[in-house]
Design a protein around this ligand. Structure first.
Ligand SMILES: NC(=O)c1ccc[n+]([C@@H]2O[C@H](COP(=O)([O-])OP(=O)(O)OC[C@H]3O[C@@H](n4cnc5c(N)ncnc54)[C@H](OP(=O)(O)O)[C@@H]3O)[C@@H](O)[C@H]2O)c1
Length: 261
């Protein structure tokens, strides 16, 4: 059984399809019940069992309820995909809303910690399994006009590498997924359609999911969503200083940058 968060759309939905095609039963998690049910109907076409568990993962209580449902159903989680996340574009002072920023941290940071804390012990007890964590190439650089988002993904990267190291020898096969700009609802929901990065979503989410699946099943420790992200993360962001990286990124993430081109 694979538990996948953010499975009703975008990268998470495509990941769920790959797992379902590869004979995993699925627990799909997202907030909007109607959309989640529609996604699950599609996933069922692969023939396996698919459970739709609606939850707002920015809520501590709803993550606890999700775990309770998994326990009550006695579902064995062989693969854990922590993927649900949101973006938020805008100027930190005078632009973005504090409540939205704190909500983003609850989802992109708190829920990653919380989900790992409560699901990994069972996986360890049962002898191991696969763990995929969706971060972003944005986790490898400061991101002006997405300051909180970039920082949240830097947290995920650091957290992932630390616990991956701690958990060596427990049978867990852990892979970090760092997509670049991907064609999903992400930028629209983040209010970034008017940015160069938001308007340049070159990669389809199914391509990202295929790369992630291959990397996870091959035991690779990390994978980018496309070659451009790989170049950015593994070359540019390793060579340049933090301020150089920030300056390079502001050109594509500044509000209105799409129309300046
Ligand atoms: N698209 C990109 O360019 C890109 C680039 C780098 C990294 N990423 C990362 O990839 C991951 C997936 O993003 P995506 O591009 O596939 O976005 P997406 O198309 O917006 O899908 C997000 C999924 O997460 C769910 N979700 C959002 N907020 C939630 C919450 N509070 N509780 C539970 N589920 C929630 C959504 O369903 P509901 O709204 O119904 O809850 C949906 O199923 C995120 O971690 C994102 O940071 C994306």
């Amino acid at each position: 059984m694979a538990l996948i968060t953010g499975a009703s759309n975008g990268i998470g939905f495509e990941l769920a399809k790959v797992f379902a095609r590869n004979n995993y039963d699925i627990i799909a998690v997202a907030r909007n019940e109607g959309k989640l049910n529609a996604a699950c109907d599609e996933l069922r076409q692969s023939g396996g069992a698919v459970h739709a568990f609606s939850a707002d993962l920015s809520s501590y209580e709803e993550i606890e309820s999700l775990k309770k449902k998994v326990n009550e159903g006695e579902y064995r989680i062989d693969a854990l995909v922590i993927n649900a996340g949101q973006g938020l574009g805008g100027r930190f002072i005078g632009g973005t809303d504090l409540q939205k920023e704190l909500q983003l941290i609850r989802l992109n940071v708190d829920s990653y910690v919380h989900m790992s804390k409560i699901f990994l012990p069972d996986m360890i007890k049962q002898g191991g399994g696969h763990v995929l964590m969706t971060s972003s190439v944005s986790g490898t650089a400061p991101i002006p006009f997405e300051a909180i988002y970039g920082a949240s993904k830097a947290f995920v990267n650091s957290f992932f590498w630390a616990i991956r190291n701690e958990l060596k020898g427990y049978g867990l096969n852990m892979t970090l997924l760092m997509p670049g700009a991907t064609e999903t609802n992400f930028f629209k929901n983040a209010g970034q359609s008017d940015t160069t990065v938001g308007a340049s979503q070159i990669t389809k989410p199914d391509e990202v999911a295929e790369r992630a699946w291959y990397a996870l099943m091959s035991g690779h420790e990390y994978v980018y969503g496309n070659d451009e992200a790989e170049h950015e993360g593994d070359v540019l962001n390793r060579l340049q200083s933090e301020s150089q990286k920030a300056q390079r990124h502001r050109i594509i993430s500044e509000p209105g940058s799409a129309s300046k081109k």
